[in-house]
Write a protein that binds this ligand. Structure first.
Ligand code: ATP
Length: 310
């Protein structure tokens, strides 16, 4: 049962993301990989309602399966609230009610979106005065994808993916997402890629990109041209995700046969994102995929990052 108290809650919405490009470099000593990525925020959202409280508490519900979401201090939203309170010297608590629309462990940064939304909501609730730069710093400490969920739109991410440069993207891009019932663990998929590379696996080598976003991809985004964007999209993690989940290959092939310009595993997967020529084409691809029993959603991007709705 919902315990949302709409009257005194701050409501913030933050989007999930697709990696239009994900080039993965070697693993650093701190465990992170150097990345060259392009994020696009899409119209699949997390809603966070933050209500003043004495301590810190959390409830999670949503349109996706939330049974694997931790409710203790492993939860990124709870960690975000506590980190903000600690940093800003706030002596108050908060109750967080999270409504998830982004698949859990789906490669779309749902937990990161929760953390970003929580930072914005608690900042509004407590009036911390940290400002956008302060929030960005805390976001980067919480996770590599959290800064992008704050900013949204389309952006190039370097470093661990958290050093962001906004990218110009004209118009709108239509995507059809195919969700999986079973999530994939991001660290496990990175480890699988390392293994593939160490053993010189051809599949991984083929997909290995330069650690630089291709100029043609940035141009296609700037022009708002989906047909030009499709052939230059790439995800270095795809080979590792497909190795874990061979069924993804058939889904990728099916969507393209049914009219998508291209399909790509989103981040560490298993969500697949099909780029379509426009809304009409996307509706057709969505229907064709649904007809095979797959869960398919039509979304668009870019959309804004974490925003206060009330
Ligand atoms: P990543 O952001 O690591 O790429 P993802 O987008 O694939 O991950 P998320 O849904 O963000 O997937 O969460 C991955 C894992 O993080 C979950 O399996 C869960 O154990 C943990 N987690 C922590 N906080 C949250 C949260 N607020 N929502 C969902 N999962 C969370």
């Amino acid at each position: 049962m919902s315990t949302i108290r709409h009257t005194d809650a701050v409501h913030v919405r933050a989007p999930g993301k697709i990696n239009v490009y994900l080039g993965v470099g070697p693993r650093h000593d701190d465990g992170y990989h150097a990345l060259a990525t392009v994020f696009q925020a899409v119209s699949l959202y997390e809603d966070v309602y933050a209500t003043p409280a004495d301590g810190f508490s959390l409830e999670v519900a949503g349109s996706v399966d939330v049974s694997d979401v931790p409710l203790d201090d492993r939860n990124l939203a709870l960690r975000a609230a506590k980190l903000l309170a600690r940093t800003a010297g706030i002596d108050e608590g908060v109750h967080l009610d999270i409504r998830k629309g982004v698949p859990v462990a789906g490669g779309m940064g749902g937990g990161s979106a929760d953390a970003a939304a929580t930072l914005v909501a608690c900042d509004a609730l407590w009036g911390t005065g940290l400002g956008p730069r302060g929030l960005h710093e805390l976001a980067a400490r919480l996770g590599a994808d959290v800064p992008f969920a704050l900013h949204g739109g389309t952006a190039v991410g370097t470093g661990r993916g958290d050093e962001l440069t906004p990218a110009l993207a004209r118009g709108r891009f239509d995507w059809v997402l195919v969700l999986s019932e079973q999530g994939l663990s991001t660290p496990e998929i990175y480890a699988r890629l390392d293994e593939l590379r160490t053993h010189g696996d051809a599949l991984a080598d083929d997909a290995t990109s330069l650690l630089e976003v291709p100029v043609a991809l940035l141009q296609a985004l700037r022009a708002g041209d989906a047909a030009e964007l499709a052939p230059v999209m790439l995800n270095d993690l795809e080979a590792a995700a497909v190795l874990d989940r061979p069924d993804l290959e058939a889904t990728l092939a099916h969507g393209v046969r049914r009219g998508a310009l291209t399909g790509i595993v989103s981040g560490s997967g298993p969500t697949i994102a099909f780029l379509c020529a426009g809304p009409e084409a996307a509706r057709t691809v969505q229907e064709e995929l649904r007809a095979t029993g797959r869960e398919a959603l039509h979304v668009h991007g870019p959309v804004p990052g974490a925003q206060i709705l009330s």
